[in-house]
Design a protein around this ligand. Structure first.
Ligand code: P6P
Length: 321
């Protein structure tokens, strides 16, 4: 089934039109990524984003593609992006707010590893200003749709409209996404954890203990031998978990006390949490469910402990939650 047919059957006309516009931009991003060095677009942009991170040329290109496509669609009140200091207003009568990380994991681009686009769709309240931060400060429970496009060996769209999680594969022969897996469910248990071990000394004690017990393996208190993965691209990690289970953690750490965690709530935590909960998994900080957070800032960060339900509960037990 083509994505356009799926949307016609499962979404109202305006939401279907919006998501089709998101995919137009993502297909262009996929093409440019595939061109890589041939298009002369690898390397740094020579600028920094609001997060204080060096931008890759493709960060800026991807951001502009999504921003231009969405703001000209007529159904978008405004957008918020990891690469934009402030929200950008669109159509005064637009029904939707679109929040996105245009190219998550972009440090992987120059070494030809997987990256992705993450998107979250919120309702625009009547009369709300699409250029005002307050318009976007809604709980993740308000999301109408969320998903990511993973630019890997194949280009995949993984999306939820609130009725489960479905996966589409980009058929480059026809330039369309085709439904290839329906109603994804995450295994409730796992033996695979993903965390950046180089940060270990900065974690809170419960996280240090949990990881030590994972490494202790079958002779330790968790009684099983774990494997470890770290791709430095949240989209790739979440996709692996949606596909075969696992737990991904980017917990609070005290490297920079003013920055509790690295990942951003509104366009990383919330959309990924919507997907995972729809697929029968959990997504926490680990102190609370990420989608229960009432946001205060558009670029606010949160700790992330997400994945197979029983493993997330095990981590929470170390925090005595
Ligand atoms: P580190 C990518 O920059 C990102 O935001 C996530 O996609 C990824 O999981 C994490 O940061 C990687 O962080 O500290 O390993 O570079």
């Amino acid at each position: 089934m083509l994505l356009s047919t799926y949307l016609k059957q499962n979404a109202d006309a305006d939401l279907a039109y919006l998501l089709d516009n998101v995919m137009v931009a993502c297909k262009d991003i996929a093409f440019r990524l595939n061109q890589g060095a041939l298009a002369g677009i690898l390397g740094a942009a020579g600028t920094e984003n609001v997060q204080g991170e060096d931008q890759k040329a493709l960060d800026v290109i991807s951001n502009d593609l999504l921003k231009d496509t969405l703001l000209s669609s007529g159904v978008v009140r405004g957008i918020a992006s990891e690469e934009e200091d402030l929200p950008v207003a669109g159509s005064a009568d637009g029904k939707f707010l679109v929040l996105f990380d245009p190219l998550d994991g972009s440090s992987n681009i120059d070494v030809n590893l997987s990256v992705g686009t993450i998107f979250s769709i919120l309702p625009a309240a009547d009369g709300a200003d699409g250029g005002a931060e307050a318009t976007y400060l809604q709980s993740g429970r308000n999301q109408l749709a969320a998903g990511y496009v993973l630019y890997g060996p194949s280009t995949l769209l993984v999306m939820t409209l609130g009725k489960g999680v479905d996966i589409f594969t980009l058929d480059t022969k026809i330039g369309e996404f085709v439904l290839t897996k329906e109603q994804v469910k995450v295994p409730e248990t796992t033996k695979e954890f993903a965390i950046n071990m180089s940060v270990q000394r900065f974690w809170e004690a419960p996280m240090q203990q949990y990881i030590a017990d994972c490494i202790a393996g079958e002779t330790g208190p968790l009684g099983k031998r774990y494997n470890m993965r770290w791709v430095a691209s949240m989209v790739a990690e979440v996709h692996r978990i949606l596909t075969r289970g696992g737990i991904f953690m980017y917990p609070y750490d005290n490297r920079e006390p003013g920055k509790p965690g690295k990942l951003r709530l509104m366009y990383e935590g919330n959309p990924m949490s919507f997907l995972l909960e729809q697929a029968g998994a959990m997504s926490t900080t680990p102190y609370e469910n990420i989608m229960d957070i009432n946001p205060e800032k558009i670029h606010q960060r949160c700790g992330v402990v997400l994945g197979s339900k029983e493993e997330v509960k095990t981590v929470q037990s170390y925090y005595k939650i």
